[in-house]
Ligand binder design. Structure first.
Ligand code: SAH
Ligand code: SF4
Ligand code: F3S
Length: 445
């Protein structure tokens, strides 16, 4: 057993899956007697749980490692976990002399031993994939009091040509439905009523017996659970069964994050996204026909090799045609070892061109969501109070259709459901005025 006064600090980069992994690591280390602290100063164990999706994400971690070298107290140990650890492995030990552990996403079971070894002065790298690993027996130490993340699938089999994730997270595997349901029941028993199911292509979930439709129905029916979300689905995995489950399970929220990446079929083909512009639009139409009021958000990459001005205009057209509620927009970042880096050099889109396209895309996305949001003023929404807003006296709440709504309130209102009227919008977020203290549980449709 470790010294019970030892402390651990984990800093998280990247996607929700990494946030969830941080919760698992904190839980594992807490079980070994480590107390979590919220800053690196004075922590005995400092872990950076990293992301490798774009070069920028990695540069931030490199910068942070430099800062930590100066700030860490004598005797504390630093580890790098997550996708960048998996990608760079032993290279990180060579590059950063103060790093003593490099642990990939499938290596967290060994964390207590690796930490103990590091504290005894030796350095180690653990980057093997484990296709059975789901960490089911870990008790996650949840960082959010209102919403819970439940990983149901790890890894990715899609292999989009720009993407590092299949290299950093390994092959896709799904966790047993009964385990996911058990975790959802635990979450509700702990007083949390909103669950987000996580996976890289979460709707391709299959545990050997059950598909994603079964999973939505089973988790969605857990007594006391009020909101069920999932991220990120792949457009090709929206079977009729999955869409029917989304439409029929009252707890499933009216929002889907549906990564587009590009609106040009030629670019999509080079990305190996496995759908055309028309197929993407058909997927949107099927979802909208089944789920009234569905909000759709997306991810778009500009400047992928070979993207012409005409291809880019097609992306703008799809963005306008769909009318996304919001979009995350990225400039293509070449990742070592991915197939996109082997495309002919003359297809490279110059950085100035990519930057200019990014700005135009952002302007179109903003104008579209602003217009949509203005149209929602005066409507009512049930919102869940999530956290304190940046402006002191307000709380940040969220509607089922994923709109951020600022409401007056204090810490006491955290985790409460309110019905509000949308009274103002900045174009992206709303202000809301409560019209009833609490709404009844959703009724079966
Ligand atoms: N599994 C999710 C995406 C995970 S990565 C999915 O398939 O939807 C999140 C987003 O980062 C992607 O949707 C993509 O838009 C972006 N992205 C991934 N690799 C990138 C790269 N090399 N350069 C720029 N953006 C990238
Ligand atoms: Fe990456 Fe594509 Fe897998 Fe998403 S589906 S994680 S973009 S390879
Ligand atoms: Fe980043 Fe890994 Fe997530 S690369 S986006 S932390 S899966």
């Amino acid at each position: 057993m470790t010294d019970s006064r030892a402390t651990v600090y984990i800093e998280t980069y990247g996607c929700q899956m990494n946030v969830s992994d941080t919760e698992l690591m904190l839980g594992k280390l807490a079980a070994e007697g480590y107390a979590p602290v919220d800053g690196p100063e004075g922590a005995d164990v400092i872990l950076l749980n990293t992301c490798a999706i774009r070069d920028h994400a990695e540069q931030r971690v490199i910068g942070r490692l430099g800062e930590l070298k100066r700030a860490m107290k004598p005797g504390s140990v630093v580890g790098v976990t997550g996708c960048m650890a998996q990608r760079l492995g032993p290279q990180l030990l060579t590059q950063a002399s103060h790093v003593s552990m490099v642990v990939g996403p499938d290596g967290y079971r060994a964390l207590p031993q690796l930490v103990a070894r590091a504290r005894a002065g030796s350095r180690s790298v653990e980057t093997s994939f484990d296709l059975e690993e789901h960490y089911e027996d870990f008790a996650p130490q949840r960082l959010d009091r209102v919403r819970a993340w439940i990983p149901v699938q790890r890894g990715c089999d899609y292999k989009c040509t720009y993407c590092i994730v299949p290299f950093t997270r390994g092959p896709e595997r799904s966790r047993a439905l009964a385990d996911a349901v058990r975790e959802a029941e635990q979450v509700v028993a702990d007083g949390i009523s909103e669950v987000t199911l996580l996976g890289q292509t979460v709707n391709s979930y299959h545990d050997g017996t059950h598909d994603f439709a079964d999973l939505l129905r089973a988790v969605g029916a857990v007594p006391g659970l009020r909101r069920l979300r999932f991220t990120s689905p792949h457009p090709n995995d929206f079977s009729d069964r999955v869409i029917a489950a989304m439409a029929e399970v009252p707890t499933v929220c009216e929002h889907v994050h549906l990564p587009l990446q590009s609106g040009s079929s030629a670019v999509l083909k080079r990305m190996l996204r496995r759908y055309t512009r028309e197929e993407y639009l058909a997927c949107v139409a099927r979802l909208r026909a089944a789920i009234p009021g569905l909000a759709i958000t997306t991810d778009v990459i500009v400047g992928f090799p070979g993207e012409t001005e005409a291809d880019f205009v097609e992306t703008l057209e799809v963005v306008q045609e769909v009318g996304f509620d919001d979009a995350f927009t990225f400039k293509f970042s070449p990742r070592d070892g991915t197939p996109a880096t082997r495309l002919p050099a003359d297809l490279t889109v110059p950085d100035e061109v990519a930057s200019e396209r990014l700005n135009r895309l952002i302007a179109v996305v903003r104008a579209g969501s602003r217009q949509r949001n203005l149209g929602l003023l005066g409507q009512r929404r049930e919102v869940l109070v999530e956290k304190a807003a940046r402006r002191g006296d307000l709380m940040q709440a969220r509607s089922r259709d994923f709109k951020t709504v600022l409401v007056s309130g204090d810490e006491q209102s955290l985790g409460r459901y309110l019905t509000v009227e949308l009274t103002g919008t900045t174009g992206s977020t709303f202000t809301g005025t409560p019209v009833a203290e609490r709404q009844a549980l959703p009724v079966a449709r």
